[in-house]
Design a protein around this ligand. Structure first.
Ligand code: CA
Length: 334
C-alpha cells in the first residue's frame, strides 16, 4: 500500500512537472519537450489527450482489395511529438459543440438495413439507427467530414490551442502501435483483435446472422458500438484506434499515391478533393478491413452510422507542415 502510494505520488509529480505550462504556451513557443504517454486536457470537459512521440515506420501495404491498392510501402518520418484524443469523440463532447455553436450537423445518415447501407431520412447523430437512445459515452457517429472539421475548429477556438484532425500517416503510426509491420495491429494473430478493438466479432455475428462478412475469430463482448475506452489501450495509451467507429482524417484520398506524397507525417492534399480518408474500421465492418493500412474513402458530406472522429493537437512549432487545412473551400455538397 505504502509502496503503491509512493509510486502514485511520484507519477503525479512527474505529470505536474511535464505538462501544464509547456503545453499551454504552444503557438508561439519554442518546441516543447513532453513525455510520451503523458495525458492532459485543455479544459475540464475537453477531450483527454495523450502525447505521442516522434517516430519512423513503413506506411502502406503492397496489396489490398481490388481497386484499393494500399501501397507503395514508403518510409514515414514523424519528427515531432503531437497529441491525440485518448478516445474517439463521444456524444457528450459532440453535444457541447452543438449546444455552443448551433452547428447544423448532417442528416440522413447511412444505416445498414438488409445488408445494404442506405441514407435514412431524418436520422442524424442523435438518432443513428440503433433503435434505442444513444449513450453519452459512446462515440459520436453520423457526422460528415465537414462536421468533423467544424468540431475541431470549435475546439481550437474554445481552447486557443491548435486542434485538428489526424493525418493518415499519424493515424497509421498510432494504429501500428510501435509493433512493427504486422498485417494486423495486434500482430499476426487475428484472434488477439478482441483484446483492444471492438470489431465485427463472434458476438456481433451472433446478433446479425444475416451479415455475411468475415468476422474476427474471437469475442470482444460487444455486438454493437461500445462506450469509448471499453477495451484495452494500445501501446501508445490510445483506445479504440482500430474498431468501434471509422475516424475521419484530414487527407484527400488519392490513389495511386503520387511520388510526391508526403513522408513527414503531413496530409496528402489535393485541389477539388472529392473523397476524404477515414481509418480504423468499425464494430460493423469486415474483419479484413481492420488493418493499419486499409484506407476508407468517402465524400466530405457522407454520413454513416459507423463514422466518427478522433481529434489531434499540435504541441510545438516544430511540426513541418503545421497547416493541413486546404486553402480552397471544402468540397461542395453532392
Ligand atoms: Ca464487437
Amino acid at each position: 500500500m505504502t509502496h503503491a502510494l509512493t509510486r502514485l505520488t511520484g507519477l503525479l509529480a512527474l505529470a505536474a512537472l511535464t505538462l501544464p505550462t509547456d503545453i499551454s504556451a504552444q503557438g508561439t513557443a519554442a518546441p516543447v519537450s513532453l513525455n510520451p504517454g503523458s495525458e492532459f486536457r485543455d479544459c475540464a470537459d475537453c477531450p483527454a489527450m495523450v502525447v505521442i512521440p516522434p517516430g519512423q515506420f513503413d506506411m502502406g501495404f503492397d496489396g489490398g482489395e481490388e481497386g484499393r491498392y494500399e501501397g507503395p510501402v514508403r518510409r514515414i518520418t514523424i519528427n515531432y511529438a503531437y497529441a491525440v484524443g485518448k478516445y474517439e469523440v463521444s456524444n457528450a463532447e459532440y453535444r457541447r459543440f452543438i449546444n455552443d455553436t448551433g452547428h447544423v450537423s448532417a442528416r440522413d445518415c447511412n444505416l445498414l438495413r438488409d445488408g445494404t447501407y442506405r441514407a435514412e431520412p431524418g436520422t442524424n447523430w442523435q438518432d443513428p439507427g440503433y433503435q434505442r437512445p444513444i449513450r453519452e459515452n459512446e462515440p459520436v457517429v453520423c457526422i460528415s467530414w465537414n462536421d468533423a472539421k467544424a468540431f475541431v475548429a470549435w475546439l481550437a477556438r474554445r481552447t486557443g490551442q491548435p486542434y485538428r484532425l489526424l493525418t493518415e500517416a499519424e493515424w497509421e503510426y498510432l494504429g501500428r502501435g510501435n509493433r512493427g509491420g504486422h498485417r494486423f495491429v495486434w500482430g499476426e494473430r487475428p484472434a488477439e483483435a478482441c483484446r483492444e478493438s471492438n470489431v465485427f466479432d463472434q458476438s456481433a455475428k451472433r446478433a446479425r446472422p444475416d451479415r455475411r462478412i468475415d468476422a474476427a475469430p474471437c469475442d470482444d463482448g460487444f455486438a454493437e458500438v461500445a462506450p469509448v475506452g471499453s477495451l484495452a489501450a494500445n501501446p501508445f495509451g490510445v483506445h479504440d484506434i482500430l474498431g468501434n467507429v471509422w475516424e475521419w482524417v484530414e487527407d484527400c484520398y488519392v490513389m495511386p499515391l503520387p511520388p510526391s506524397a508526403p513522408r513527414d507525417g503531413s496530409a496528402q492534399l489535393a485541389e477539388g478533393c472529392d473523397r476524404r480518408g477515414s481509418r480504423g474500421g468499425s464494430w460493423l465492418s469486415s474483419f479484413s478491413r481492420q488493418t493499419p493500412t486499409f484506407r476508407g474513402r468517402d465524400p466530405a458530406t457522407l454520413v454513416s452510422q459507423i463514422f466518427g472522429l478522433r481529434v489531434a493537437r499540435d504541441l510545438s512549432a516544430s511540426r513541418p507542415t503545421a497547416d493541413t487545412t486546404p486553402r480552397a473551400p471544402a468540397p461542395a455538397s453532392k
